[in-house]
Design a binder for this molecule. Structure first.
Ligand code: SF4
Length: 375
């Protein structure tokens, strides 16, 4: 309970520091992205991961992972085990999940689900203590899926995910919370998109999926800000300094700390967690310079990845900017339980339609699903 209060306190303090334009922060990050590996086994059209050279690819050593967890455990609410690669390729991924859980940090996984064809992987994911699993399942049928997720096989991934969900149902498990995301990449011209979408969601009828999220792809910082390959989410006519810099921390597989989970290529390194403390990096000169640049409109010169990024150009929700909302939602979920996650999002949706959401659950046979795309 003391830790939960500390996390809420840090989130509130982060918000106050943001509003007061503080550059040196009295709060610590509460939500972390930690990269088990940047290797991936597929080649999605909307992902810059294929630009890595062989030398840049690697896996976080389990000893490094444990030392990071020890450093962040007092202030971390949750850790997303993902930045740019496919985390389930890491041989120690379930040891990592268990270790985070043992240290009272909620482990969250986002996977392309290609390895779930293996029963060992499904069992690992079901029993490791992971609290939240997102299956990134883009496109709504075999043709669109395999065009977007190049190298992945729709039928195999679908059968792996269904087998996982069936086993979760058979065991009566409430956890992990399961979300399925579908990015609409290059699907604008599909004539029967709505019926494809309905058919896709009905595939999961009667299975314990907690949430579907359907949206357009992000720009990944400036990586795809000018792309003509597909339609990305649209910016709002606003500017809000990026909330990540006041609330979250991203650590790559070799310990390099970067400002956000879009920084696959260390465009703006802040330090290295294997050699420095969280506090030293959080209030180090590179981080303070970037925070400060958000207020004098020089951020795009300080960090080229921020130039064209959507995050500062999204409306705030009750004053909370994009980039900070994940930490706020996470702290609330951490305090009152995972089962409240969809309710929190529904409330946020009532407040503003810019909050990322949503799809109703496919609970009953024959029901058509209400699906709302976000921008
Ligand atoms: S503005 Fe975008 S690229 Fe820059 S730190 Fe924030 S999320 Fe990352």
């Amino acid at each position: 309970m003391i830790k939960k209060i500390r996390i809420l306190h840090n989130v509130v303090l982060g918000f106050i520091n943001y509003k007061r334009k503080k550059i040196t922060l009295s709060n610590k990050p509460t939500l972390y992205w930690l990269e088990p590996t940047n290797k991936c086994n597929i080649n999605c059209v909307m992902c810059p991961n294929d630009k890595f050279t062989d030398e840049q690819l690697g896996f976080m050593h389990i000893d490094v992972f444990k030392s990071v967890i020890k450093k962040i455990k007092d202030g971390a609410s949750s850790v997303y085990l993902l930045v740019s690669g496919e985390s389930l390729l890491h041989k120690d991924i379930y040891t990592m999940i268990k270790y985070a859980r043992k240290n009272n940090i909620r482990p969250l996984v986002n996977t392309n689900a290609t390895t779930l064809v293996s029963e060992r992987q499904r069992e690992g994911l079901l029993t490791s203590g992971v609290e939240h699993v997102t299956f990134a399942f883009d496109g709504y049928d075999k043709e669109s899926y395999e065009k977007i997720r190049v190298g992945a096989k729709y039928d195999s991934v679908m059968s792996g995910v269904k087998a996982f969900l069936l086993e979760k149902k058979r065991r009566g498990l409430k956890v992990p919370y399961v979300a399925i995301t579908t990015l609409e990449v290059g699907l604008a011209d599909y004539e029967d998109l709505e019926s494809q979408k309905q058919a896709f969601f009905q595939e999961f009828e009667g299975l314990p999926v907690d949430e579907f999220i359907s949206k357009k792809p992000n720009t990944w910082g400036s990586e795809f800000s000018d792309t003509t390959l597909f339609e990305t989410q649209k910016p709002d006519p606003v500017f809000n300094p990026c909330g990540h810099l006041w609330s979250t921390m991203t650590i790559l597989w070799d310990g390099t700390v970067v400002p956000c989970c879009f920084d696959f290529f260390k465009t703006y390194p802040l330090g290295n967690i294997t050699k420095q403390s969280v506090e030293d990096i959080w209030n180090g000169e590179p981080m303070k310079k970037l925070r400060s640049s958000m207020f004098d409109n020089t951020y795009h010169k300080v960090n080229s990845l921020c130039d064209g990024c959507l995050i500062p150009n999204l409306n705030s929700v009750v004053g909370v900017p994009a980039g900070m909302r994940s930490a706020v939602k996470d702290a609330i979920t951490n305090t009152i339980g995972i089962s409240t996650e969809s309710k929190i999002k529904k409330v946020a949706k009532l407040i503003t339609n810019t909050y990322s959401l949503k799809v109703e659950k496919p609970l009953k046979a024959g029901n058509s699903l209400k699906v709302e795309n976000i921008r």
